[in-house]
Design a protein around this ligand. Structure first.
Ligand code: 2U9
Length: 357
């Protein structure tokens, strides 16, 4: 019996892992284990022998079971210690910085423009980017033979074979949005239409997709004087220049009559552009009184109503306001320039220029 004890207690102490320990348990105290077989022998012993061997065998079985349990706990401890050693985590390491998104200058400037015109009672209208040629051209007093159709560098959609109707176009300006707004709301109306427009043109100052905001105000007696005040008020708020000076130059657009291009006072002194001071002028938008034919296309009676319209390029306004020299930065997948020009994720524009959540 002592041999047995030594054999198993020693083997249990040396067991390398749980499967080895289980193997020993089966060999010693399992149903067919050595100790169990010896206990079965008790039945064949004399009462005296049994009295002597019974307690010894029970004690041996208990001793082996305790050794098994103790070794099992020790193995589990060792496994845990090994995991703690292997899966060690340095909680003092600095966190990995997460790349933070930033608002795009065109989105920010669109929000700024929208807020300024909202303050003057303009609502925002949106419309489709794929337009019929009627909404994009005819309704704006640009008939098929008009040279402006060529000047717009239009992208045409394709028609199915045998379909001879004029093709749809990618809108070349947001003006069709205002035609739709006039048809839906009637007069009086005060809307701006910001959004994407498309022209087949690409160089340092032109991209095939760019952004415009156009405005429209129709009432009983809205005049060029109202136009002048609204645009001055807009430029004062947008460029943050008090007493901003604008210059109206006679021009021509098919959809307005009379028409004017509008310049803002600026200076190029020292090679950098300053808006609102100096002796130079910078063209920033086009405008005019809505042509009677355009009012009619919008379902508004030109003998009862009149008003002004204007249009400007948002990308260009963003470049001017934030000093971004190259339009193509807007399409660069390397976004470091955004931070360079001070655009951060938290910059949400408000009329007061404060932070809002
Ligand atoms: C309706 C009637 C009239 C919008 C106008 C301009 C003049 C203009 C250019 C500015 C820079 C386009 O992005 S740009 O190249 N726009 O000069 N836009 S008047 O006139 C309208 C619009 C809608 C119903």
């Amino acid at each position: 019996m002592d041999d047995l004890r030594q054999k198993y207690i020693g083997a249990i102490a040396d067991a390398a892992d749980e499967p080895a320990l289980e193997e020993l348990r089966l060999q010693a105290v399992g149903k067919k284990g050595e100790v169990s077989l010896m206990m079965r022998e008790l039945g064949r012993m004399t009462p005296d022998e049994r009295q002597e061997m019974g307690p010894k065998l029970n004690a041996l079985k208990d001793e082996i079971n305790s050794a098994l349990a103790a070794k099992k706990a020790a193995l589990a401890d060792a496994a845990l210690n090994e995991r703690l050693r292997a899966e060690w985590l340095d909680v003092t390491l600095p966190g990995r910085p997460r790349r933070q998104g930033t608002i795009h200058p065109v989105s920010q400037v669109t929000d700024e423009i929208t807020a300024i015109f909202a303050d003057m009672g303009f609502s925002v209208a949106e419309g489709p980017q794929i337009e019929s040629d009627w909404f994009n051209f005819d309704a704006l007093n640009i008939p098929p033979e008009h040279p402006a159709r060529q000047e717009h560098d239009t992208f045409f959609m394709s028609r199915a074979e045998g379909d001879d109707r004029p093709p749809h176009v990618l809108r070349t300006h947001t003006s069709p949005v205002q035609i739709r707004a006039m048809q839906e709301t009637g007069a009086p109306i005060r809307v701006i239409a910001p959004g994407r427009v498309y022209r087949c043109d690409y160089d340092q100052t032109h991209t095939p997709m760019f952004h415009q905001v156009e405005g429209l105000a129709i009432g009983r007696d809205i005049s060029m004087a109202n136009l002048k005040w609204v645009l001055e008020e807009f430029c004062r708020a947008f460029f943050e220049v008090e007493g901003v000076e604008l210059r109206f130059r006679a021009s021509h657009f098919p959809f307005t009559e009379p028409s004017a291009e509008v310049d803002i006072r600026c200076s190029w002194a020292g090679g950098s552009l300053k808006i609102g001071e100096g002796d130079d002028w910078l063209e920033i938008l086009g405008s005019g009184m809505v042509h009677p034919k355009v009012l009619k296309a919008g379902g508004i009676d030109p003998d009862q109503w009149q008003g002004f319209a204007f249009g400007m390029g948002i990308d260009r306004l963003a470049m001017l306001k934030y000093g971004i020299p190259d339009l193509r930065a807007f399409f660069d997948s390397d976004l470091r320039w955004l931070r360079h020009y001070g655009f951060s994720a938290l910059d949400v524009p408000t009329l007061q220029g404060g932070l809002s959540v």
